[in-house]
Design a protein around this ligand. Structure first.
Ligand code: CA
Ligand code: CA
Length: 448
């Protein structure tokens, strides 16, 4: 029987044992066992990370809010309801939050839509005044913006943050109710210094910063930086992000203006895993229409011994970079499909970047390269990161991406790593069918 891992029953091991024992006692066949398994299946909201399914299965595993009592199972459809259900960021009571439909984070408690102008009201901020104040032609490029307009920008940004940032407490499952287009638009889920969180079956769209900050010292020409990732993990442990869709839509970067010659970037990351986060499994998501997709480690000096992440069976399509950008940690990237065709103006720079001594194992992934695309540009690095692993395909052909990268670059990727992945439930040792298989088994809306 074909058993793609998305279909495997996600009941607990205990249930499996009981069912197996019952089946054996009754002397029933496999077909009947399958029926029993379905009858005893745990509902989507109570499912836990399967055993050995990536780094998040390490140690105590990841159960999210599965142990919630009935008073802590919430169904929410508005921002205010979501805030109430999440409760205090330090309350670790197990809770399940079922999101029904799309929650607009840019809404007030009464449900009224809030605009950028609403957040800026009373702060004195205006983009025109900001652009005049920090124009490199007069302000120079040596120091960060400071003074009246920067203060006003920060105040307006804080007002938006208060509305759109959702702090997720420990022992929480956030799950989209099937069939409802469940998700959060304009919001940022923030999992900070907590353990045991599950995020599933949700579409994250339009996470936009109304008030990007100019940094003339970022790179050689300066950059506009935004504050919000759709999902941000900082010091978070045991997190399972499964079957979610991430997209900038409907306001795509390709529609952004340029100021000071640089794109006015209103998006930050899709799913960033930083500040000593550890034991994370990123599974069967779709990352699409986005630039800086996934950061692992916020700087080259983020935490040594942490940042262990498994990334498998995801689709990356119409993204520019950071799929992921990996630093320091032991990172397993397998059975992903990277479509590097330009989509909606999102032209890929690279997919996987291994730097700051990252120990990446990338195996049995498939890349689609458009006509004229270069295999040597699929990876990136700083000369200290590793990428090991075999079984990778480019346009269906077995390809050594590291060799191709190293032949074209002086800062070469290392090819050996200091670990061997052991938590690999669902790993398929061929990437041949991934494009087709993952098209229908990833992202929000396919779980029932
Ligand atoms: Ca940024
Ligand atoms: Ca970020």
């Amino acid at each position: 029987m074909a058993s793609p891992s998305h279909r495997r029953s996600l009941r607990t091991r205990r249930t499996v044992l009981v069912s197996t024992a019952a089946m054996a006692a009754a002397g029933l066949g496999a077909a009947v066992f399958a029926m029993n398994a379905n009858a005893g299946a745990v509902d989507l909201a109570h499912q836990v990370l399967p055993a050995k399914d990536g780094w998040a299965a390490s140690g105590t595993g990841t159960t999210g809010g599965a142990q919630a009592d009935s008073a802590h199972v919430f169904t929410v459809s508005t921002r205010a309801q979501l805030v109430k259900a999440l409760g205090s960021a330090t309350n670790s009571t197990a809770k399940i939050i079922r999101i029904k439909g799309t929650i607009d984070a840019n809404a007030n408690d009464a449900g009224k839509k809030l605009t950028c102008a609403d957040y800026a009201a009373g702060t004195g901020y205006s983009l025109a005044a900001y652009l005049k104040a920090y124009d490199p032609a007069t302000y120079g490029r040596s120091k960060l913006p400071s003074g009246t307009q920067e203060k006003a920008r920060a105040a307006a940004q804080a007002a938006q943050a208060k509305n759109i940032a959702f702090k997720v407490p420990a022992n929480t499952t956030l799950v989209g109710v099937p069939g409802t287009n469940a998700g959060i638009t304009g919001g940022s889920l923030q999992v900070k210094s907590v353990d045991n969180v599950i995020i599933r079956n949700l579409t994250f769209s339009a996470t936009e910063d109304c008030f990007p900050q100019w940094d003339p010292t970022d790179g050689s020409t300066g950059n506009w930086n935004s504050a919000y990732d759709s999902v941000t993990l900082r010091g978070a442990t045991h997190v399972w992000a499964d079957h979610n869709t991430f997209t900038d839509a409907p306001h795509l970067d390709s529609a952004n203006p340029k100021y000071y010659g640089r794109e006015y970037q209103i998006h930050d990351g899709d799913l960033d895993i930083t500040n000593g986060s550890d034991l994370v499994t990123v599974e069967r998501n779709q990352f699409t229409n986005h630039d800086k997709t996934m950061l692992i480690g916020s700087s080259d000096t983020d935490s040594v011994g942490k940042l262990r992440v498994s990334i498998h069976h995801n689709v990356w399509k119409g993204i520019v970079q950071r799929a992921p950008l990996a630093r320091i940690g032991q990172i397993h990237i397998y059975n992903n499909y990277f479509d590097t065709t330009t989509l909606n103006g999102y032209a890929p720079l690279y997919t996987v970047n291994s730097r700051a001594k990252a120990q990446v194992v990338a195996e049995y992934n498939a890349w689609k390269l458009p006509s004229g695309g270069k295999t040597a540009k699929l990876l990136s690095g700083d000369g200290t990161g590793s990428v090991a692993g075999t079984g990778n395909l480019v346009n269906g052909t077995a390809t050594d991406l590291v060799a191709a990268y190293n032949a074209a670059n002086s800062k070469k990727l290392k090819t050996t790593v200091n670990w061997k992945p052991a938590l690999t439930t669902g790993l398929q040792t061929t990437a041949k069918n991934l494009a087709t298989e993952l098209a229908g088994t990833t992202g929000a809306g396919v779980l029932s």
